[in-house]
Ligand binder design. Sequence first.
Ligand SMILES: [Zn+2]
Ligand SMILES: [Zn+2]
Length: 141
Amino acid sequence: MTTADFYAFLLERGIKPSQQRIALLEYLVKHPVHPTADELYSRLSPMMPTLSKTTVYNTLRLFVEKGAAQMLTIDGRQACFDGDVRPHAHFFCKRCGRIFDLPLPEDMGAGRFPPGPERCCVEEVQLYYRGVCADCLGREA
Ligand SMILES: [Zn+2]
Ligand SMILES: [Zn+2]
């Protein structure tokens, strides 16, 4: 994706594409490590001296509200952010704290999840796995 693609992506979701918003989205999409707001701030602030922590928090909140990013609460302490808004599951390693993306199998479309309560509108479904990753298991063996 190019900067023009990110610009169009934000516009499509009703978000005014400022330079800082484009930079935040681009970082999220190109680094699928599910950073927290603080991690995003510390990665981007050296390149963007005018960026404030408040801007990062507000921008992420706006992205989530408008469907331009997902918020994950998988690690139980702080929210992490994902620039991939397609439905996918996540695996959280409780040793190293990394979050891995898990594609949903082809035959596991939205219809295979339990339906939401009657007359309610489901806006978000999260599927979380927790455990110990292969790297951490290897270190212990
Ligand atoms: Zn691990
Ligand atoms: Zn993800």
